[in-house]
Design a protein around this ligand. Structure first.
Ligand SMILES: [Zn+2]
Length: 81
C-alpha cells in the first residue's frame, strides 16, 4: 500500500526514505530491523545479505532513491540535479 502522505515507502520491504538499505532486501522488514537501520544506524542490506554496518541511505535521500528499484517504480522520478 502506497502512503499518500508524501512519504516515499517501498511496498516490498516496508522501508521508507532514511530507513532504506543499500539494496532492497526484497522481503518485509521487521520493526527491529528498521530501528537498527534508521535509529541505531548499524544495519544495512547489500550484496544480497544483511550486514552489521551503517547504511549510506541514512545520510542521503538521493542515494536511497536510486538504491531501491521498487521505490523507483512507485514514484515519479525526480529530475537529475
Ligand atoms: Zn525495498
Amino acid at each position: 500500500m502506497w502512503c499518500d502522505g508524501g512519504l516515499a515507502l517501498c511496498t516490498v520491504c516496508g522501508l521508507a526514505e532514511g530507513e532504506l538499505t543499500t539494496e532492497c532486501p526484497g522481503m518485509k522488514t521487521s520493526e527491529d530491523q528498521r530501528r537498527r537501520i534508521y535509529s541505531v544506524g548499524d544495519l544495512d542490506f547489500r550484496d544480497g545479505k544483511w550486514v552489521d554496518e551503517p547504511n549510506p541511505t541514512n545520510q542521503s535521500w538521493d542515494y536511497a532513491r536510486k538504491a531501491c528499484p521498487h521505490l523507483y517504480e512507485n514514484q515519479t522520478p525526480l529530475p537529475d540535479p
